[in-house]
Ligand binder design. Structure first.
Ligand code: C5P
Length: 223
């Protein structure tokens, strides 16, 4: 049986809301409740651990744990709260900032982990924009290269892992974890094999106010 870790402890400063992003009201409910609905609907998930900001309560039927300084530290705290389990146990990590998660996406990632025998499987969508890389330090956004779009995928959550691969990755030093923008990236750094599974672009991440408006529209359409 799988364990799900929902990370909801971020401040979400780019959204400009009063409180933490995961608790911002979205289509009538705190944002994290939408992801929880999708996770609760999948029978293969036996337990849900939620990394929450200080002063907030764990949602009903979940185990709450205080989040860490950066996202990966929150994932590490949530995994520690999940207790022990077999090395090949699937551990699913999802950002509460992606409230358009569906049970079908969750099941597709879990199935792909079992089918491929990979260390990690990541939900991702093909990139639709042309991506240019600029000189990081030069003034004027000077273009260095235009990347081959057909080889580029925009990574989402859920990301599912064999427990031993995720534990190995989360044992990396604190500063390496702090620099990580996704968990599969640190599994790659420890030599793990990572696969993608195609997921709809609709499983978007709420970062700025325009994302919140779009997510609300889609959720109202679904209800
Ligand atoms: O800030 P960002 O949108 O990249 O955060 C992604 C997810 O990680 C969010 O769901 C956020 O609540 C969570 N997070 C966390 N602990 C942190 C930072 C972010 O749980 N320290």
């Amino acid at each position: 049986m799988a364990v799900a870790l929902l990370v909801a402890a971020g401040r979400g400063e780019r959204l400009g809301a009063d409180g933490p992003k995961a608790f911002v009201m979205l289509a009538g409910r705190p944002m994290l409740e939408w992801s929880l609905d999708a996770l609760r609907a999948v029978a293969a998930i036996e337990r849900i651990i939620v990394a929450i900001p200080e002063g907030f309560d764990a949602p009903a039927g979940t185990v709450g744990v205080a989040g860490g300084t950066e996202r990966s530290h929150s994932v590490r705290a949530a995994l520690a709260a999940a207790g022990d389990g077999p090395a090949d146990q699937p551990i699913l990590v999802h950002d509460a900032a992606r409230p358009l998660l569906t049970p079908a996406i969750v099941t597709a990632t879990l199935d792909a982990l079992a089918r491929t025998g990979a260390d990690a499987v990541v939900a991702a969508a093909p990139v639709v924009d042309t991506i240019k890389r600029v000189h990081a330090d030069a003034p004027g956004l000077h273009v260095e290269a235009t990347l081959q779009r057909h080889a580029l995928w925009a990574v989402q959550t859920p990301q599912v892992f064999r427990r031993d691969a995720l534990e190995r990755a989360l044992a990396l030093p604190d500063d390496v974890l702090a620099a990580a923008t996704d968990d599969a990236g640190i599994v790659e750094q420890t030599g793990g094999r990572v696969h993608l599974v195609e997921s709809p672009r609709e499983n978007l991440k709420v970062t700025t106010p325009v994302d919140l408006r779009l997510a609300a529209l889609i959720l109202e359409e679904r209800c």
